[in-house]
Design a protein around this ligand. Sequence first.
Ligand code: WT7
Length: 645
Amino acid sequence: MSKKGATEIYQPGKEFSKKARISSMAQYRRLWRESIDQPEKFWAREASELSWKQPWKEVLDWKAPDAKWFVGGKLNVCENCVDRHAFGERRNKAAIIFEGEPGDRRTITYSQLHREVCQFANVLLARGVKAKDRVLIYMPMIPEAVIAMLACARIGAVHSVVFGGFSAESISDRLADSGAAHIVTADGGWRRGKIVPLKENVDEAIAKNKAIQSVIVFRRTGQEIAMKKGRDHWWHELAATASAKHEAKAFDSEHPLFILYTSGSTGKPKGILHTSGGYLTGTYTTCKYIFDMRDDDVYWCTADVGWITGHSYIAYGPLAMGVTQVIYEGAPNQPDFGRFWQMIEEHRVSIFYTAPTAIRAFIKAGDNFVEKHDLSSLRLLGSVGEPINPEAWRWYHRKIGGGRCPIVDTWWQTETGAIMISPLPGATPTEPGTATLPFFGIDAAVLDDYGKEVKANEQGRLVIRKPWPSMTRTIYGDKARFKKTYWSDYPGIYTAGDSARRDKDGNFWIIGRLDDVLNVSGHRLGTAEVESALVSHKAVAEAAVVGRPDDLKGQAVVAFVTLKKGFDPSPALQSELRNHVGKVIGAIAKPDDLHFAPALPKTRSGKIIRRLLKELVTTGTVTGNITTLEDFSVIEQLQNSIKGG
Ligand code: WT7
């Protein structure tokens, strides 16, 4: 890559471009134009590279906001990710190279993956799981998490993966919303040298839940756990008697594949529903063009399967491509900050996909952890989750990519299912901080309040104007919220909830969320969720939560709390409340700062003015418009309490 011009523009390297599927901007522009003029033609061509048991009759049935893709087509998603490779030339190719945090290793070939997935599919069937039944998966980052997902897909069950860092209450909320009666979990997982007590959390979540029919427990950490007779079963015991043969049946292209919960601007997480044919087409196609995956690549995405990145770019897209991928269980700094680089060196990783927050943590830890390792196997780097700050971009490019690897800064969301805006590594000139241009078939734009496209460099709302195959079909059980959240700003147009601008070359610069949602270490967190967790504590009368810019996490969580009569502010109560949030939601939601306040700034109608709190935690003072404020002295008191720490 070379730097050119007054602005900092990086061109794709010649060698990379020569071999890439899309090797010039002219080629990108031609194909993109075609894909926008005739999206159905583009997506049908891509989808036809997958294996269908029954061809579709119609590519798209679109009655906004309801999309049906590949109507009448039937396929099995799992078969596409596993069987297609397990019975062909890739049968003995490594599908998964696994490293546990303590250092244990396993390599699973496509043929072995097929056996394991079939066996677990038979286990689920024997437990009475049927097509469309929801199965909650709460696992460490081990191959069995992916195996469980694929096994669900194979039998048409709908998985709902809950991030292993979430708490018992998060599990029970998601169980209640999804109506899952089966849970797949592990005794525990390794994180920073400690055991995350997964089964214990499940037990707590379902203590009073009589609807749970089975809990299947994979033995990972080996400590003593409680097993409830009749309900709880060991994975290895059930698998021992299950056949490793299972013929994949075809499901409708619109058959539900999974629900994944994500934060919104109310306290209740949204169950984002994805379906089969379109989702697989989207994840497969983006892996092909954006990661330019090849048969000799070793790909590693450091996300957890509990997030959408782990669904689309660990479980489904890469396996549909038949690539070899690395899966790592633990923390990036275990035993030290050299772990990732050592793994890249050892497994000869060629494509590496991670998050800006991780990159910033590595920068902070120091270059010596990187410099010890040979990273020459890398050829392509990816970033996801939040805008990547130019400093982190440059470090990633220089220190990790050796100046030779293109970086794809990929913008997308749980709802979009697949990457929407990203450079194509062999074609797109990039500049640190921009996700650049829309992917094929993606009609992204930035609009003003009236639905007009804004001028170059003006800020507006990021939207997508045409349907795309991997788009979410609904919020599970809440069509009204689905319509209101994504489809009510402009008729027939998807609103992402992000603000953005485009520069004169059309590159998209993502600015941030428009709603009351924070981005903490690349993960979405609703301020309302944290507030409702705080208010559920007996001492709390009222709470307001805002984000503060943070060097490592992107945004830090700041809470303002007023106490009920009879409770007094104290450091002990402060830490009790922080831990309480951790217990209700999970560690990522614990407020970084928690201020006790005698009152919160409110409008005359009683609405908390978060805008003022945000300004206060960002700049230390309030200069903005406060004319709507009901009680002016509140601000002064808050300013003092912030200064006081
Ligand atoms: C939100 C989606 C997509 C997988 C991980 C997060 C932000 C995501 C980028 C990027 C700037 C980004 C947006 C988006 N975001 N990628 N490359 N540049 N912002 O998935 O939890 O659904 O969050 O993450 O704000 O709306 P998610």
